[in-house]
Structure formats: C-alpha cells, structure tokens
Ligand binder design. Structure first.
Ligand SMILES: [Zn+2]
Length: 263
C-alpha cells in the first residue's frame, strides 16, 4: 500500500474521568501558577523572576492502565501462558503494533457473541482473507455509547473459539470498540447461571494457552474499510505492566478515504 500522504484516522477515546470508566479516572490539573512555584523551587530562583510568575502546566493522573483506549498484554489474563511466564506490555515487540489492519463490522444484539460463522461471512463478503500478523478490529457499535454508564453492557463479545482460531492463524492483536472482548457483566452473570464458571471471561482466558493482545475501547471504526489500511497502536511501555494506554491510529491510502482530497 502506498503510504505517502495517507489519511490518518484517530481510533482513540480521550483518557478522561467519564461515566464509562468503572474504576474512576482522576486527572488533577496543575496550573501554570503551580508550575511556576515548582520551577522556582527546583531552579532555586524567585518565582517573580519568571514571566508573570508562570511556569509549566502539568497533570497528575490516577487511572488504571486499562482506562480509555489501551492494549492488554498476555500478563493481564493469567500469570502464565502455555506454561511460561506471561509477557508484560513492556516485553512485547513493537512490530506487533504496526501492521495491516482489518475491520470486521459486527453490529447486533449485545447478548450474542461474535463467532466463527460471523468471521467466515465477513471473509466471504469482503473478499479479504485474514493473514498472519494482521490486526483485526471488531466494530460492534458499542462506541456510540462511550461516555455513558451503559457502555460496559454494550457491544458484542467474541467467542473463545473465534479468539483461538484467529490467534491460531497468526493474528497477535485483536481490537474492539467495546469495553471488553468478553460480555458485559449482566450477560456474564446470565452465562454463569446457565453454563457454569467456564463461561465467565472465556475470551480473555484463551490467553492462558495462546499469546495475544487486545485493544479495547476503540472509536471511529465506521471510518475504516474492511482491509487495505495500516494500524499503529503502540502501548505506553509500563514496566511489568498488564496493559498500556495507546493512541491507536489508522493510516488509509488517500484514494479510499471517503471525502478526502489529495493535498
Ligand atoms: Zn484491558
């Protein structure tokens, strides 16, 4: 694909203290005035010697690495993967996070997980067969609820069979616009009552045997074609981290981006 002058599509939600975050996010803004005091103190100068007494603005963030758009590492799912210590986010090769992307539209009922049939239907309809190393995104429609409390119950989960199949085919990174690749808590409780403990968090638990990452809480997936674009989703390299915040960006060849003109 010609990546000269591509159209960039931002697939990340802002990291913010919103109703969609189950574990609260706190962003404490430190003003230019506070920064001036800090700078003066560190530099050992009088704050009055700074222009208007102002220094740097900054923020102190208290949030899980799983807040906002982020990439889960294998370590998130279990301490071991296939009998070996699970890799943490800082240990994964950056090549995993810059790859051709595929976007699979799977709108529908949140109680119905996306399975192998849905993938086969996508491949038949789009004419694109998923290749090893591609990053496969699922557009469930959940992103329309991002920012509201109901977000965590929206979107379709992936079946463990589908995750197994994709990872078996060489896919290392999966993505979703939903809160998780497993069902929301309400569906999870129903599944637990109906099928027993094995039904809970089943897609994530595939990571006990197979190594893969998940990008959660993507947005703007409706702007992506089925295939033929590249994706960057580099996670922040948190030492021994189970995840890292990510700025996920799609790179589309200019001719396929709707409404975009060559500059
Ligand atoms: Zn996560």
């Amino acid at each position: 694909m010609n990546l000269r002058s591509p159209v960039l599509v931002d697939l990340s939600v802002p990291l913010s203290a919103g109703a969609s975050e189950v574990v609260p996010v706190v962003i404490e803004a430190l003003s230019h005035e506070a920064g001036g005091r800090h700078l003066a103190e560190l530099a050992g100068v009088d704050q009055k010697s700074l222009p208007e007494g102002l220094g740097w603005a900054s923020e102190r963030v208290t949030a899980l690495t799983h807040a906002g758009t982020h990439v889960d590492a294998p370590y998130h799912y279990a301490p071991q993967c296939a009998g070996q210590p699970s890799r943490t986010i800082d240990e994964l090769p950056v090549e995993w996070f810059w790859a051709p992307g595929v976007c699979v539209p799977v709108p529908g009922d949140s109680a119905a997980s996306v399975g192998l049939d849905d993938l086969a239907a996508f491949e038949a309809a789009s004419g694109h067969r998923i290749q090893a190393g591609e990053i496969v995104l699922f557009r469930t429609g959940a992103e329309d609820w991002h920012g509201s409390e109901s977000y965590i119950e929206k979107g379709r989960a992936l079946t463990p069979e589908l995750v197994r199949s994709l990872v078996g085919r060489g896919v290392r990174v999966l993505g979703t616009d939903a809160w998780s690749i497993d069902p929301g808590f309400r569906v999870m409780r129903d599944d637990l009552a109906r099928h027993g403990p094995g039904a809970v968090w089943a897609a994530h638990y595939v990571g006990r045997d197979l190594e893969f990452c998940i990008i959660e809480r993507l947005c703007n997936l409706a702007r992506l074609p089925a295939a033929g674009f590249w994706l960057a989703c580099f996670p922040i390299r948190v030492l021994r981290g189970s995840a890292g915040w990510a700025r996920a960006v799609a790179f589309l060849p200019r001719e396929t981006a709707a409404g975009e003109e060559e500059p």
